[in-house]
Ligand binder design. Structure first.
Ligand code: OAD
Length: 233
């Protein structure tokens, strides 16, 4: 493992698109078919918890039926050669199932449920959550996801990791949701940033390369190039 090179990979829904999981903002994306206010806010949960549970129960079923793709596996391969941190906005566990060990989930994890009153009371969850399902301390379970209007507890750790990156790779995210999108602002000036996406978002940094295309096609060869370059240093 190279001790001097730390790679941070920031991923979004696009990296899981080829595993069959819908993105949010592409044509026919989740937010075209559901209202954010109804299913992804604390107010929506207060108004109609069953609708919210149904929405995330379906997300969990889809995730459990999906398999990691070549892009998830390429992220995992990097950790054999570099200090590697995956920071994902995704609630799926496809990075972990592809073998990545160091994964920060900014927006939570669908394979966990949490108490609706205590965010630290978590339980593993692979089935549906129903109204009436209680956490060990007796309050209704909800999905362990971050809703719009809620704090992003992993943000501080993610920013600290990004600050010490020697290279940032951004894959499959529209960079439309804050604070996650602001992570790119934490790199040290001049740090190389590579953006892989069929419709790459604008990143304002000094040293940005865009590789327009699908994650599973663009990321594996890029990873192999990084590994090959190690042999030349
Ligand atoms: P978006 O749906 O906003 O963006 C998906 C990105 O993936 C777009 O830039 C697409 O061009 C790209 N994309 C599509 N297919 C791809 C492929 N095969 N390979 C690579 N890229 C591809 O999803 P996110 O940016 O992840 O948060 O959305 C951020 C947050 O908004 C989510 O975490 C979620 C959502 O609301 C919460 O629910 C809190």
């Amino acid at each position: 493992m190279s001790s001097t090179s730390k790679i941070v990979i920031l991923t979004g829904a696009g990296i899981s698109a080829e595993s069959g999981l819908k993105t949010f903002r592409d044509a026919d994306g989740l937010w075209e078919n559901y209202s954010i206010e109804d299913v992804a806010t604390p107010d929506g949960w207060q108004r109609n918890p069953k609708l919210v549970l149904d929405f995330y129960n379906q997300r969990r079923r889809d995730v459990l039926a999906a398999q990691p793709n070549a892009a998830h596996r390429a992220c995992a391969r990097l950790q054999d050669y570099f200090d590697t941190v995956v920071i994902t906005q995704n609630i799926d566990d496809l990075h972990e199932r592809a073998g990545s060990r160091n994964v920060l989930h900014l927006h939570g994890e669908i394979v966990k449920a949490r108490s609706s009153v205590d965010p630290d009371c978590l339980v593993p969850m692979t089935g549906d959550i129903q109204l009436g399902d209680k956490c060990p301390r007796g309050s209704q379970l909800r999905p362990h996801v971050v809703w719009f209007g809620e704090a992003v507890p992993m943000m501080e750790e993610a920013a600290a990791e990004t600050r010490t990156a020697s290279q940032l790779i951004v894959v499959g995210t529209s960079l439309r949701v804050y604070p996650a999108a602001s992570l790119v602002e934490f790199i040290r000036p001049g740090t190389p940033v590579t953006v892989i996406d069929p419709a790459p978002a604008m990143v304002s940094a000094r040293n940005v390369t865009t590789l327009p295309g699908k994650a599973s096609e663009m990321l594996p060869p890029f990873v192999e190039k990084l590994i090959a370059a190690l042999g030349r240093t």
